[in-house]
Design a protein around this ligand. Structure first.
Ligand code: PMP
Length: 293
């Protein structure tokens, strides 16, 4: 079934509309000029993990692109929760998106309406579950994450995903699950939809998010790792250093914590540290019921 023909509802500018009817005009500014920002969230056991942080990032992403999301954080949170309930899922993926509408055509879109929609669907595992335990294989992407002076890299802006789709398609064509992108300086940046971590001698290393998305999962994993007593070094990482790393994993809302076995010529063996963080993350995302005292 094509994705636009699913059953259920989509929250569209304040209303719940039938999934198939949630349509926009071909002259939508967001389509022509990529004036759109989005989020990716996951619900576990009926609760959306870190919902408020995602909603705040959506609003901030819009602000960076020069527009104001016309709903407050409480309204967006309520809409996500209500839609999750109406869709009848407990475990699901949540996709809010905000974009400039079709009132004016041209680079300038000062008076275009800012539209907001939320869709929720079931998206069990971003990477093939079988590969996932052994570690997935990544290619090295040809394109690089741009200099933050060149692109609004703090925004989860649709336009920034053009390079991700090109890189992911090129990797998939060669049989890889995904691609690792370097940044404009040649440092290790991130995968096409997830952040990257490495392990060596029990120490965890991850690149400084100064020109790519500072993932909410990334921050969660750093916190969990430090709580476990691991040292986490957030620093510039050159690709040649991958030669010496023992373990590698990706993390993101959709990817959760996914072990990596291969990046281009470099090899890793998913080990104890990765396994522990996979488990800690899965425990962390479960709704915190009131502890019986
Ligand atoms: N980098 C990119 C390019 C992404 O698309 C994502 C997924 N949103 C991430 C990193 C991870 O972000 P988060 O943990 O907030 O989902």
């Amino acid at each position: 079934v094509p994705f636009d023909q699913l059953d259920g509802e989509i929250w569209f500018n304040g209303e719940f509309v039938p999934w198939k009817d949630a349509k926009i005009h071909v002259l939508t500014h967001g389509l022509h000029y990529a004036s759109s920002v989005f989020e990716g969230e996951r619900a576990y056991g009926g609760e959306i993990f870190k919902l408020r942080e995602h909603t705040e990032r959506l609003i901030e992403s819009g602000r960076i692109l020069g527009f104001k999301v016309p709903y407050g954080a409480d309204e967006i949170d309520d809409a996500c929760n209500e839609l999750l309930r109406r869709q009848g899922f407990t475990d699901a993926y949540v996709r809010p998106i905000a974009w400039r509408g079709s009132e004016m055509m041209g680079v300038s879109a000062q008076h275009n309406r800012i539209n907001v929609a939320i869709a929720i669907w079931q998206w069990p595992s971003y990477f093939d579950p079988e590969q996932r335990m052994k570690g997935i294989r990544l290619d090295l992407a040809e394109y690089r994450r741009p200099d933050p002076r060149t692109a609004p890299s703090k925004s989860k802006a649709s336009g920034l995903y053009m390079i991700c789709t090109i890189s992911k398609h090129a990797a998939e064509a060669k049989g890889y699950a995904d691609a690792l992108m370097l940044d404009w300086r040649g440092q290790v940046a991130e995968a096409t939809g997830a952040n990257v971590f490495f392990v060596k001698d029990g120490v965890i290393h991850t690149p400084t998010p100064d020109c790519f998305l500072d993932g909410i999962t990334r921050r969660t994993v750093i916190e969990l790792a430090r709580r476990r007593g691991f040292e986490v070094k957030v620093r510039a990482i050159m690709p040649e250093e991958m030669e010496g790393f023992e373990e590698c994993f990706l993390c993101g809302t959709a990817a959760e914590v996914t072990p990596v076995s291969e990046i281009g010529p470099y090899r890793f063996t998913p080990g104890e540290t990765t396994r522990r963080l996979v488990e800690d993350y899965m425990a962390e995302v479960q709704p915190k019921r009131m502890a019986a005292e």
